[in-house]
Design a protein around this ligand. Structure first.
Ligand SMILES: Cc1ncc(COP(=O)(O)O)c(C=O)c1O
Length: 409
C-alpha cells in the first residue's frame, strides 16, 4: 500500500449485531458457492416455479393495457393503501376462502418474505421467543434469527406441527417467566416437508394461542396448490380472537419476479407494520400490472392448470424415488398433497451436507436438512423440490441422487 493510499475500512467493525451474527454463515444450501454445479445440473434445491409456467404473453398484454389506462399513477410513488384495485381483488379472494377482511386488515408487500420481515421487525426484540415448525422454511427462520429472536422448533410429523411438543416449549417458557411472541407455521404443504396440518391440530394451535397468549403467523404460500384431497380451513378463517396474521403471495401462482405478497391481520398490527415502512409503497408498477392481469384473465383457471402440472411433477419425483431409492433401510419420504416439496429421510448415519458435493459433481443439487432446523439438526434429511423441472429431468435428478446415496446405505 502506498503511503498516501487510504486504508480500507474494517467493514465488520461497522456491522450491526444481527449482521455480525450473519457474517460468515454458510449459504442456504451448504456447498452452494463452494461447489460449482455442472452445466447439466438438475436443480432440486430451490422452490422455483417452472419457467414455462410464467404467463409472459398475458403479462405483456396486461402491461400495455394498464399503462394506457393508468400509466401516470402506476409510475408514481405509491404508499397509502397502494393499488386499490388489487387490494379489492385480494380482499374478495380472501373472503371467498373464509377470511373476510377490510382495508385496515390488509397490507401489500414485496413478496411474503417482506411481510415476515415486517412482522419480525415490529414484534421481536433480541432474545424474544419465537417458535417454528422443525423443520421449517429457512427464509422465515433466517428472518427471525436476523431479528435476534430465540427460535425454538416443535417437530413436524405427517399431521403437521406436534402440538404436545409445542405446549411443552410454551409451558417451560412460562415457568421461566417468558412468553412466545409468535408461532410461525406453514399449515398447507409445508416447506420443506410437504405435510399439511390436520384440522384437529389447527384447532389445538388456536386454543394454545389463547391459553399461552401468543400470536400466530400463518404462511400460506402454497395453500392454493392442492393436487388431491380436501381443502382445510385456514387458521385465519378459524381465528375468533384476532391472533392470526395470514401471509399470501403471488410468487407460486403467477411469478416470484413480480415480488408481490400480502398480509391479512388485526388492524392495529397491520397499522404498526405499515408505519415501519419507508419504501415508497409496494411496487406500484408491478401491482398495477398484476391487478390488470387478474381482472382481465382467469386466475382460478390458471391455478387449476398449475395444480395439474405440479401433480404430474410430484408423481414423477415420487415414482423416481420408488424406482431408484426404495424405501426401507432408513430411507423414506413424504407424500405431499400439494405444494412444491418432498422431504427425504436418509439413515441417521448419512449426513446430507457431506453428500452434497458428490451430488453436485454427479449433476443434482438439493437443500440439506440442517438449514431448515432452528437448532441446525436434521442432518440426515434432504429437501427435494419438484416444481422447477419437467418429469423427465426430475427422474434424471433422482437417479443421480440415488447413485450418490445408495453406496452409503
Ligand atoms: C413457505 C414460504 N414462505 C414464503 C416464501 C417467500 O415467498 P415470496 O416470494 O412471496 O417472498 C417462500 C418461498 O419459497 C416459502 O416457501
Amino acid at each position: 500500500m502506498s503511503a498516501n493510499q487510504p486504508a480500507t475500512p474494517q467493514y465488520e467493525a461497522f456491522y450491526s449485531l444481527p449482521a455480525q451474527k450473519r457474517a460468515g454463515r454458510q449459504p442456504a444450501a451448504r456447498g452452494a458457492g463452494t461447489v460449482k454445479p455442472r452445466p447439466d445440473n438438475v436443480q432440486l434445491a430451490f422452490g422455483y416455479p417452472f419457467p414455462g409456467s410464467f404467463p409472459i404473453d398475458d403479462l405483456t398484454k396486461a402491461t400495455g393495457e394498464m399503462l394506457k389506462a393508468e400509466g401516470t399513477s402506476a409510475l408514481q410513488y405509491g404508499g397509502g393503501p397502494g393499488v386499490t384495485g388489487l387490494r379489492d381483488f385480494l380482499l374478495e379472494r380472501m373472503a371467498k376462502r373464509g377470511m373476510p377482511a377490510g382495508p385496515d386488515n390488509y397490507l401489500l408487500t414485496y413478496g411474503s418474505a417482506q411481510g415476515l420481515e415486517l412482522l419480525a421487525r415490529v414484534l421481536v426484540d433480541p432474545g424474544d421467543l419465537v417458535i417454528t415448525e422443525a423443520p421449517t422454511f429457512f427464509g422465515g427462520l433466517r428472518t427471525f434469527q436476523m431479528q435476534l429472536a430465540d427460535v425454538k422448533g416443535a417437530t413436524v410429523d405427517k399431521d403437521g406441527m406436534n402440538m404436545d411438543e409445542l405446549e411443552i416449549i410454551l409451558a417451560s417458557a412460562e415457568a421461566a417467566g417468558k412468553k412466545a411472541k409468535f408461532v410461525y407455521v406453514i399449515p398447507n404443504f409445508q416447506n420443506p416437508t410437504g405435510t399439511t396440518m390436520s384440522l384437529e391440530r389447527r384447532k389445538r394451535l388456536l386454543e394454545l394461542a389463547d391459553k399461552y397468549d401468543f400470536l400466530i403467523a400463518e404462511d400460506d404460500a402454497y395453500g392454493e396448490l392442492r393436487f388431491e384431497g380436501e381443502d382445510l380451513p385456514t387458521l385465519k378463517s378459524m381465528d375468533k380472537s384476532g391472533r392470526v396474521v395470514h401471509f399470501g403471495t403471488f410468487s407460486k401462482i403467477i411469478a416470484p419476479g413480480v415480488r408481490l405478497g400480502w398480509v391479512i391481520g388485526p388492524a392495529p398490527l397491520i397499522a404498526t407494520m405499515t408505519a415501519t415502512r419507508i419504501d415508497g409503497g409496494t411496487a406500484p408498477f408491478a401491482a398495477s400490472v398484476v391487478n390488470q392481469y387478474c381482472r382481465s384473465g382467469d386466475l382460478d383457471k390458471r391455478i387449476a392448470w398449475l395444480r395439474k402440472e405440479y401433480k404430474q411433477r410430484r408423481d414423477a419425483m415420487l415414482g423416481a424415488l420408488e424406482e431408484n431409492l426404495p424405501a426401507g433401510k432408513g430411507v423414506s419420504w413424504s407424500m405431499p398433497e400439494g405444494g412444491f416439496f418432498v422431504w427425504l429421510q436418509l439413515p441417521t448415519h448419512v449426513d446430507s451436507r457431506e453428500i452434497y458435493a458428490g451430488a453436485v459433481a454427479n449433476g443434482v443439487s438439493f437443500v440439506d436438512g440442517p438449514v431448515c432446523f432452528p437448532d441446525g439438526g436434521g442432518k440426515n434429511f434432504v429437501r427435494l423440490c419438484f416444481s422447477f423441472n419437467d418429469s423427465e429431468k426430475l427422474r434424471q435428478g433422482i437417479k443421480r441422487l440415488a447413485e450418490v446415496v445408495a453406496p452409503k446405505l
